[in-house]
Structures are given as structure tokens and as C-alpha cells.
Design a protein around this ligand. Sequence first.
Ligand SMILES: *Cc1c(COP(=O)(O)O)cnc(C)c1O
Length: 280
Amino acid sequence: MTTTRMTTSQQLRNAYTEITDRIANAAIRAGRAANDVLMIAVTKSATPDQIRMLVDLGHHELGESRLDQLEKRVATLEEYLSRKRTLGAGSTRETIDPAKAATHVRWHMIGNLQRNKVKHVVPLVHMIHSVNSLRLAEELQNFGNKRDEPIDVLLQVNASGESSKSGVAVPAVSHLVEQMDTMLNLRVRGLMTMAPLTDDVEVVRRTFLRTAEVFNEVKSENLGGEHFTALSMGMSHDFELAIECGANVVRIGRALFGEPPEPPPEVPPEVPPEVPEVSA
Ligand SMILES: *Cc1c(COP(=O)(O)O)cnc(C)c1O
């Protein structure tokens, strides 16, 4: 049991080191500082143990795409972190570098958000990456009346034109950012996009470049205000390309935590063997 835990911990540490190195190198190749890119660890496929281990490695930024999962993970991790805060770094596991181990994390909502879920999601997260309509922005603005702080959001862009993808079309972006910038309970922090699911690197690159282009347009025209600085694009299989195209936020799941476990095969219910009737 201990052996499995140690192996997993070592594997996660290796994956984390590898990913952060690759992110830093991609940033340098793009002529930027090695620490210019924020990595959000997407915990969709992670076990609670893996999440704790990552936090113990000093990682603070976590992402989820579904409200039910988010609620569960926030609750489980918060329990662990509050225990850690009470006990102090000295009492935590040996593998932890007490100087780095995080006792606070920030959650990012990266998945589709329904308007009737706003009140549940906002209190749990640091930022919402997936604002994909004016109506959702307005819902957030209304909910924001109840808070002291504006809600940090990204506008999700559909830059590939796929009808299956969520997000606003590229030509609508600057006007929508301008409108959102007038909503005092929102702070529009930048743009988010997802590349199409394809092995064609040029298609992916085009999607990222289009998004980067409209991001720079909005910035140069100062439509989103001084907080408009984040370009969130790139996942496990395309984050280096995204960084080369200008991303300064990447969202990484499987490259850190591995593929999600297969659901267990359906086992047909056992049929009890027929018991021959015993006559006396
Ligand atoms: C799941 C997900 C990710 C992470 O995907 P990986 O391929 O596991 O890295 C990033 N962004 C969004 C919006 C997601 O839903």
C-alpha cells in the first residue's frame, strides 16, 4: 500500500517537473520570461490523493469544469488544508517541502456554466474562464451586487468556428468585452479558447493565432481596461503551441494526472446455481 502511494507521488512529481519545465522553455522560445505562464492543474481526471500531493508540491492553481465535481473537490481539499494550517507545516508528511507546500489554493471554473448555477460557482472560485454570452455576463453582474469584490472572468472565444464549441465568435469579441467592462461587478481579465480536437497542428495554430490577434486588438484599443491581461489557451496536447502563439495561462489535466480511469466493466449479476430439490 505504501509502495503504491510512493510510486504515485514520485510519478506526479516527475510529471509536474516535466510540465513546468516544458512551459518555461516554450515561454523562453517565444521570447518571454520563463515564469510568464500560469499553469492551472485541471483536476477532472485526478484522484483526491493526487490533488493533495500536487498542493504539497507547492501548486496553488486548480481548475474544474463541472459544478458538482468542483463542490466535492473544494470541500475535500479544504478539509485537508485547514488541518494543515492548524497543525503547521512541521507536522505534515515528510515528502513535503514546508516552505513550498500550499495551504491556500485558487479554483478556476473552466467549463460551461449555466446561468442558474452562478450563485453556487462564484463563491468557490477565483476566476471563471467560460463566460460565453452577454446573458451569462449579465447574470454574473447581477449576482456580483451581493459581493464586495468584482468577479474575475474571461470571455470564451470560439475561434475555430465549430458549431459544437462554446464561446462567442471572433468578430463579436471586442464589442462584448467593451460591454462587460461597463459592468461594475465584473472584472474582465482576458480571453479563453479551446482548440478543435484534431491532429492537424496548423488548424490548432490558426485557432490560437486568431484568438491572440483579437486579444491584442482589445488590449491595444484598451477596451477591457487595465485588468485585461490573461490569454488562457492550451491543454495537455497543445500547450507549447499555445504558448508560442501568446498564451499566458494554460490548463493542464491528463499530462499531469494521467488518463481518467476506465469505468469498471459491467458485470452481469450472478445467477445463483440451481439447487436441486432434496426430497426427504
Ligand atoms: C478538461 C479541460 C482541460 C484539460 O484537458 P487535458 O487534455 O486533460 O489537459 C482544459 N480546459 C478545459 C476547458 C477542459 O474542459
